[in-house]
Design a protein around this ligand. Structure first.
Ligand code: PPS
Length: 600
């Protein structure tokens, strides 16, 4: 083990205490204040405890924090580019006296560590954002997390680790720095080049890592971050399966795979230094730095947050001090004429091919072929399992509109058509049905309506996530809540907002339930459209006015929209009815609202 690179600061700072001390801390913790860690904090604590963050021995105090922000150094002089701090809400911090010990617990309440509180202070998070990320623009995911999702008080102090966070998945890949070092020694590996990634790996990554290992005359450690990565990234379960599949392509005995429980900050150059330090702690002598390493891309004006090779420059500056060798790499592109991958510089003037992340998602969504030169068949197979084509994914059709606008009638028509098509389970969450079964205690204040819509959105997102079709038909008068439902559902499947925009006069003249008359008479308070607001959506995918369109036509229009966007196949849309909207305009007829029911 002596032959491996030494950890940052000289020794591995593993913070888990012996069993007897852990039992003592656990017994004493009954009298201590405690804090349930956020997912990000659990990641940071894990790397503190396992020595991945050596030489840190706890969450940073104020002077270290300020020094790291200003000069990328701890007060001890060691290079350290990213703050590792414990943020708490004011109320939780208020309970902490000087010399307090705080029990740090996971989300299930298991005590992971004791924090010996040394300092409590209110940081200037805007200044921190500027220093660490070089911007205060919230389009940067690290800045948004810091300014909007970080608590206002920081608490610094020494950690005594009680037990490591539990992981039930990929356990054999979750090696600590000491375990990784032991594994390297066992295999007789001394020169090891680490590859950091938050994405699935394709042929370009494979070629790049092979070349890097050859150049550095080193073995390869594929070391993906599986803590928190950039919002919207592919989940680590799928990535894990892809990496495992890819591993078999490397020459025997030349590559290993392990998971790094890192909560990434996407801080570009600073993050690159941090990644290198962490890999040094894991025993790696070299580190691959590609184009725009750990960068979040560009802002809304198209300006990149960091230069494409700023991270390489940053590590170059500190390479000698850190003692870890950088293996810089340009983007690899595919040359069709020679069927090879080369760095982009070498491809100048020749026809090169690439598939961007967006293009790949599009190919998967449409169920189209993914070129063999781009990735390996096993990787494609894994990606297809997670990204089935749209016609096999779940989706939600969310109706909104005034009472009596015809939402339930169209929703029922759509339900029946989709059941006729078959293939996916369909659930109708009708306004009245939901009020009866999910929200019976709620009234019609803004707060209660929002709660009601949130519940509907949650249920619909679960149905969608699991490949079903949810049809929701509440009034949903507030734009912000409709948007938050969209945000909940879109990452897990389709979301189609249908505005049933039948004019108020028509709804009132129908007055199927006699409610408008009561609302006018003041018997029903806060009635939408009469004594309560309705914010018409500007982002509806389909707009239907039932004073000029029959419910059958309306349902058919939605079916055609779903087909056009790929959520239903052409064959399914054909089964659902004629392509030409039929029938003359008619007034919607009432259909009794069924209870939320799932029908296959
Ligand atoms: S909301 O705002 O989305 O939570 O409303 P929703 O749950 O869809 O309302 C369901 C039905 O409640 C009846 N109702 C009222 N609507 C609006 N305002 C008030 N104050 C009210 N009181 C009762 C109304 O009939 C809604 O059903 P639909 O099917 O829309 O007519």
């Amino acid at each position: 083990m002596e032959d491996l690179i030494r950890p940052h600061g000289g020794t591995l700072a593993e913070l888990v205490v012996p069993r007897e001390r852990a039992a003592e801390l656990q017994a004493q913790s009954r009298d201590w204040p405690s804090w349930d860690l956020t997912p990000r904090q659990v990641c940071d604590l894990e790397l503190l405890m396992n020595g991945g963050f050596s030489p840190l021995r706890g969450f940073m105090g104020r002077r270290d924090h300020e020094s790291v922000c200003a000069s990328m150094r701890l007060t001890s002089g060691e290079l350290w580019p990213i703050p590792v701090v414990l943020d708490l809400p004011e109320a939780a911090a208020r309970n902490l006296g000087p010399n307090a010990i705080l029990a740090l617990r996971d989300t299930e309440g298991v005590m992971l560590a004791a924090l010996h509180v040394e300092e409590i202070w209110q940081p200037d998070r805007t200044a921190e954002a500027q220093a660490v990320y070089g911007t205060t623009n919230r389009e940067h995911p690290g800045v948004a997390a810091l300014l909007d999702r970080t608590h206002p008080v920081y608490v610094g102090g020494r950690i005594e680790g009680v037990t490591m966070p539990t992981h039930y998945d990929f356990r054999h890949l979750r090696l600590t720095p000491a375990q990784m070092r032991a594994e390297f020694s066992k295999q007789g590996w001394q020169r090891i080049v680490a590859f950091q990634t938050r994405n699935p790996m394709h042929r370009a990554h494979y070629e790049l890592t092979l070349r890097a290992a050859r150049e550095a005359r080193a073995k390869l450690l594929i070391h993906p971050s599986v803590g928190m990565t950039k919002p919207g990234d592919l989940d680590h379960y799928t990535r894990g399966r892809c990496y495992q599949a890819l591993l078999h392509h490397y020459p025997r005995g030349s590559a290993m795979l392990a998971f790094l429980p890192l909560a990434m900050r996407m801080a570009g150059p600073r993050e690159c230094l941090w990644h290198a330090i962490i890999r040094k702690n894991y025993g790696c002598s070299h580190f691959i730095v590609g184009r725009d390493h750990a960068g979040p891309g560009s802002d809304s004006s198209g300006k990149p947050f960091y230069g494409p090779y700023a991270a390489q420059e940053a590590l170059k500056t500190h390479e000698a001090e850190l003692g870890i060798g950088m293996v810089p790499f340009q983007m690899m592109v595919y040359l069709e004429d020679s069927d090879t991958y080369v760095p982009e510089d070498e491809a100048k003037g020749r026809k090169s091919l690439n598939v961007s992340g967006t293009e790949l998602r599009q190919l998967l969504a449409e169920g189209r072929d993914i070129p063999a030169w781009f990735t390996f068949p096993e990787v494609v197979k894994e990606l297809r399992r997670t990204h089935p084509p749209r016609k096999e994914q779940g989706f939600t059709v969310f109706f909104t509109g005034l009472s009596g606008a015809g939402k339930s009638t169209i929703a029922n028509g759509l339900l029946v058509k989709l059941l006729e098509v078959g293939g996916r389970p369909v659930t109708l969450l009708d306004g009245d049905g939901v009020r009866k079964h999910l929200s019976s205690e709620l009234g019609f204040s803004r707060e209660h309506r929002n709660l009601n819509i949130h519940r509907i959105g949650y249920v619909a997102s679960e149905i969608t996530k699991n490949g079903g079709i949810a049809i929701c038909a509440p009034i949903a008068p507030y734009d912000a809540l409709r948007k938050s439902v969209r945000e909940m559902i879109q990452p897990v499947g389709g979301f189609v907002l249908v505005h049933v925009a039948t004019p108020l006069e028509v709804c009132e003249s129908r007055d199927r339930k006699g409610m408008y008359a009561k609302a006018r008479a003041g018997i029903i308070k806060e009635f939408t459209g009469i004594s309560d607001p309705y914010e018409a959506p500007q982002d509806a995918e389909v707009v239907i006015d039932t004073s000029v369109k029959s419910p059958t036509e309306a349902a058919q229009e939605i079916i055609l929209y779903l087909e056009q966007k790929g959520w239903l196949s052409g064959e399914e849309a054909d089964k659902a009815g004629p392509r030409e909207a039929e029938g003359a305009a008619s007034t919607a007829t009432a259909v009794a609202a069924p209870s939320p029911s799932q029908v296959r």
